[in-house]
Design a protein around this ligand. Structure first.
Ligand SMILES: [Zn+2]
Length: 452
């Protein structure tokens, strides 16, 4: 592809990214928030603006499970239909809330300063979404396109997709092709001694095993507590035990992750085999490294009691649990009961949101297209597939039997930790060179996988 064309695509992506930031589709987890309709309209205009012969190859569908919560699905038809399965881009359009007083830049003005664009969603994930739109439109203008390219501009990702990808997977599964999917995020680097050693692809993500543990004790007057089984005491003890619980995992992508850092053999072996609880060798990545190698258990809500003079007879603790690949919901409960020990007779486990971890094979043609593209952009680096600690809409594709990879490109030296630190952060900002790299990465994969 010519330099001139890349330049035009870049300008178009930056322009779109700034508009998406300004649209401020803030999802506060209530059904009335988000208003992704604004960005759906922006994108519809963007595609309608194409020259007639390009527009004719595009089909656009709007899906709105709830007023204002619009997902736009745009499909670019191949030049000649060979029956190949589409390449699908999952780009969410909602962003998380801001705490404005902690920002030094306006949150939604898309200000550009020192080669960076500031604004909520700049990194999570509007720059990728903007690239998806631009590449889809570009692909529709290519006479050699062999596969359909599909772009799903998804609402409600931040609230787990209940009015976006999750709703579509459940109610309109045929509206999207789930077979070959690219989404957030990926493209950070593993850097050691100032040298970028690996570039990361998100091949999988941990699951959810949210639990509420109900605790019961003796009711009574607080003026005479002697001899009672106190709900609050048990609840505190159970919470303490669970707060220190984390379950090591043998998920297969852990070993290559550790090896990517090039530690001395002793440290490497101890970390791989879970023979140490010291994750400090990972530096800024220590919490992340622990998270991707363990089913983590975080008590986040504890409730009991009302009037100060009454012994409460019940209470509960809620746990945000993130299972690694291979850990079932039953396994999770077994570990919880074991940790609670003899106090289990006072406890009842209630399951809240449950989703197993998902991982895509790295033996797929789409993954090969990614590694070839990265080899061109970062010839000195290995490509490292990882399981990430957070969730994304790609899990719906994996659950439907497709492959889903978090894919973007950041400049060498930009660490996985740098990128993680931008997610949901104050003064969220994207380096503009990363927009350019991500655009080139998506063009590269589309050329390789869809034969443009
Ligand atoms: Zn995101």
């Amino acid at each position: 592809m010519g330099k001139m064309t890349t330049h035009q695509l870049y300008d178009s992506a930056l322009d779109l990214l700034r508009t998406l930031i300004r649209n401020a589709c803030v999802n506060d987890f209530t059904p009335e928030s988000g208003n992704e309709q604004r960005t759906a309209e922006t994108l519809r205009d963007f595609f309608n603006d194409a020259p007639t012969e390009v527009r004719e190859r595009l089909s656009i569908e709007s899906i709105e499970p709830s007023p204002g919560r619009t997902t736009l699905v745009v499909t670019a038809a191949p030049a000649r239909d060979e029956g190949l399965s589409p390449l699908t881009f999952f780009g969410h359009t909602d962003v998380v809330v801001v705490d404005e007083q902690h920002w030094t830049q306006p949150c939604f003005d898309a200000v550009i300063e020192d080669g960076k664009v500031y604004g909520r969603g700049a990194v999570d994930m509007l720059f990728i979404t903007a690239v998806h739109a631009v590449v889809t439109k570009w692909a529709a203008s290519q006479s050699h396109l062999r596969r359909p390219i599909q772009f799903a501009a998804l609402a409600d990702e931040e609230a787990r997709g209940g009015l976006g990808a999750g709703w579509i997977a459940e109610n309109r599964p045929d509206a999207i092709s789930w077979e070959n999917c690219l989404g957030e995020t990926g493209g950070g680097h593993i850097v050691r001694d100032g040298v970028s050693r690996c570039v990361v692809v998100n091949a999988g993500e941990k699951g959810a095993a949210q639990r509420r543990i109900h605790v019961t004790g003796d009711p009574g007057h607080a003026s005479a507590p002697w001899g009672t089984t106190m709900t609050t005491g048990i609840l505190g003890e159970v919470t303490m035990r669970l707060a220190s619980l984390s379950i090591p995992s043998d998920q297969p992508l852990w070993e290559p992750f550790v090896q990517a850092f090039g530690f001395d053999p002793e440290t490497e072996e101890a970390l791989i085999s879970h023979g140490t609880s010291d994750y400090s060798p990972f530096g800024e990545m220590s919490r992340f490294a622990h998270a991707i190698s363990h089913t983590t258990v975080a008590p986040t809500v504890v409730r009991a009691g009302g009037p100060i003079n009454v012994l409460p007879s019940s209470g509960y603790v809620e746990l945000d649990i993130r299972p690694t690949p291979g850990m079932s919901q039953d396994d999770v409960d077994e570990h919880l009961l074991e940790a609670i020990g003899e106090l289990r007779s006072h406890c009842r486990i209630e399951r809240l949101i449950c989703e197993d971890a998902t991982v895509s094979s790295t033996e797929s043609p789409l993954y090969h297209a990614i590694t070839e593209t990265f080899a061109e952009l970062f010839p000195e680096e290995k490509v490292l597939p990882i399981v990430t600690s957070g969730g994304s809409d790609l899990r719906f594709a994996r659950k439907k039997g497709g492959v889903g990879y978090g894919f973007a490109a950041h400049a060498a030296g930009r660490t996985l930790g740098d990128i993680q630190a931008q997610l949901h952060a104050h003064d969220e900002h994207l380096h503009l060179e990363d927009l350019d790299l991500t655009l080139r990465a998506y063009v590269g994969v589309t050329e390789r996988f869809a034969g443009v």
